[in-house]
Write a new protein. Structure first.
Ligand SMILES: [Cu+2]
Ligand SMILES: [Zn+2]
Length: 148
C-alpha cells in the first residue's frame, strides 16, 4: 500500500497468485477529524461467501500470504472481530462475495490508521480464501489470494 501525496489516503491493488483470478482495488481514506478510516472498493474473482479480510504486518507479498506475517497487532491483543475492543488492529473481519464472486467493500474503522507509529501504510491487505471466525471458533484460516 502506498500513500498518495497530500493527504491521509492509501490504495491497495489486490491480485491473486499465479493461478488465481482474484483482483481488485481498495482505497483507504482517513478523516483527520474523526480518526475513522474508510476502506472502499471491489474485489472480484472470489468464491461466493465470506472471506477473511485483514491487514497483515509486512508489505512483502513475494511469497503470497506467507510472507506478509501475522495480523498487524501492535498492541498485542487477541484475534477478534472488527467491532471488538480486544482485537488485532488488522482484524477487519470478512468481506462477502455475491454469487458472481464480487465483494463490494465498504468498511469504516477506528483502529486502522494511515498515520502515526502504528500506520498501516506499507503493510499488506490480505483477502483470504476462507472465512475469518472472528476469534469465536476454531476455524483455521490459512489462505490463498492476495493483495497490495
Ligand atoms: Cu489474514
Ligand atoms: Zn487477527
Amino acid at each position: 500500500m502506498a500513500a498518495k501525496a497530500g493527504g491521509l489516503k492509501g490504495v491497495a491493488l489486490i491480485g491473486g497468485g499465479a493461478n488465481s483470478t482474484v483482483a481488485g482495488a481498495l482505497h483507504f481514506f482517513q478523516d483527520p477529524a474523526s480518526g475513522f478510516t474508510e476502506v472502499r472498493g471491489k474485489v472480484t474473482g472470489l468464491a461466493p461467501g465470506l472471506h477473511g479480510f485483514h491487514i497483515h504486518s509486512f508489505g512483502d507479498t513475494t511469497n503470497g500470504c506467507n510472507s506478509t506475517g501475522p495480523h498487524f497487532n501492535p498492541h498485542n491483543k487477541p484475534h477478534g472481530a472488527p467491532i471488538d475492543d480486544e482485537r488485532h488492529v488488522g482484524d477487519l473481519g470478512n468481506i462477502v462475495a455475491n454469487r458472481d464472486g464480487v465483494a463490494e467493500v465498504f468498511i469504516k474503522d477506528l483502529q486502522i490508521s494511515l498515520t502515526g507509529p502504528h500506520s498501516i501504510l506499507g503493510r499488506a491487505v490480505v483477502v483470504h480464501a476462507d472465512p475469518d471466525d472472528l476469534g469465536r471458533g476454531k476455524l483455521a484460516y490459512n489462505s490463498a489470494a492476495i493483495l497490495l
